[in-house]
Write a protein that binds this ligand. Sequence first.
Ligand code: NCD
Length: 305
Amino acid sequence: MSFRGRDVLTILDFERGELEELFEEADVIRKRGVSGRPLEGKIMALAFFEPSTRTRLSFETAMKRLGGEAIGFTSEEAISVAKGESYVDTVRMLDAYSDVIVIRHKYDGAAKLAAEIARNPVINAGDGKQHHPTQAMIDLYTIRTLLGGVDGLTVGVLGDLKYGRAASSFILGLTHYKPRLVYLISPPQLAARREVLDQARERGLPYKEVNSLEEVIGELDVLYVTRIQKERFPDPEEYEKVRGAYVVTLELLQRRAKRELKVLHPLPKVDEIEPRVDESRFASYYEQARLGVPLRQALLLKLLG
Ligand code: NCD
C-alpha cells in the first residue's frame, strides 16, 4: 500500500515491507541528502499537548530540511484549550490550516480520535501510555543501521513496560521481525500490559518476562532502556516503590555484556543509565536520536510527497 495520505497511529499500521521501504528512503536521505525542496508549500501542524524535546524538534527539523514549514504549539496553556476550546475544534482548525498534524497528548487514543476528525494525515507522536509509532520506527531503523537488521538478535527491553508508550511500541515493532528472543525486563509492578503481551504472542514474538537484568545481560545484542514514567502513575506512592529500581552501570556492562552490545534509549533519561555509560562504546542512544531526523524526513516525504 502507498504511504500517501495515511495516518500513522500505531506501528502495527505498517507491514514489514513498508517499514523496509521507509528505512531505505531514510538511508538515501542520509547518504545523498535531499535534492531541492520537495515539500515546499506544505505545512505541518505540531500539536503538542504534552512536553517534548526530541520528537517535536526532529519533526520540525525534518520538515524544514524538506522545504516545508511548521506551525503549532507546545503546551495547552499556550492555546485556546486554556479558554475552554474543545479538543475536537482544535483538531478541526489545525486540519484546515495544515497538510499534516503531528499530535502528542496525555490521553490514550487521542491521536486516533484526531484522525477520525481530520481529513489530512495524523501522526501519533505519543498518546498517553499507548503508542509512539515513529519512535519505534527510529528504534528499528537504528538497530538496522548499527547491526544490519533485527532478525536473529537477542533483545532486552528494560524498565517501565507498563506506562511507557515508547517501550510498548518498540515491543510491537519487534513483532514485524524474527528476533531470537526478547527479554522483557522490569519490576513486577511495571510489567508490560496484557494487551501488548497478547498481541506479541499472537504475532509470534518469542519473549520472556524476567525481573533481573544481571541474569540476562550476557545474552543481549540490544538493550533498550526506558525511563520510569513518573507522570503516568495514578498513585505517587506506587512510583516511590519503584523509583531507582534499575540502573544500568558501566561496571555491569563491562563485566557481563557482549562487547558489541548496543544500548538504546528513546530519551529523555533520568537516572536509569549511569552517566559514565554515555562515553562508552555501548551507548548508542545519541546516534539513535540523530537518526530520528532522516527517518522522519523519509516518513513525511512518503506521506506528503
Ligand atoms: C518518550 C515519550 O514521550 O514517550 N520520549 C520520546 O519521544 N523520545 C519517552 C519518555 O518520555 O520516556
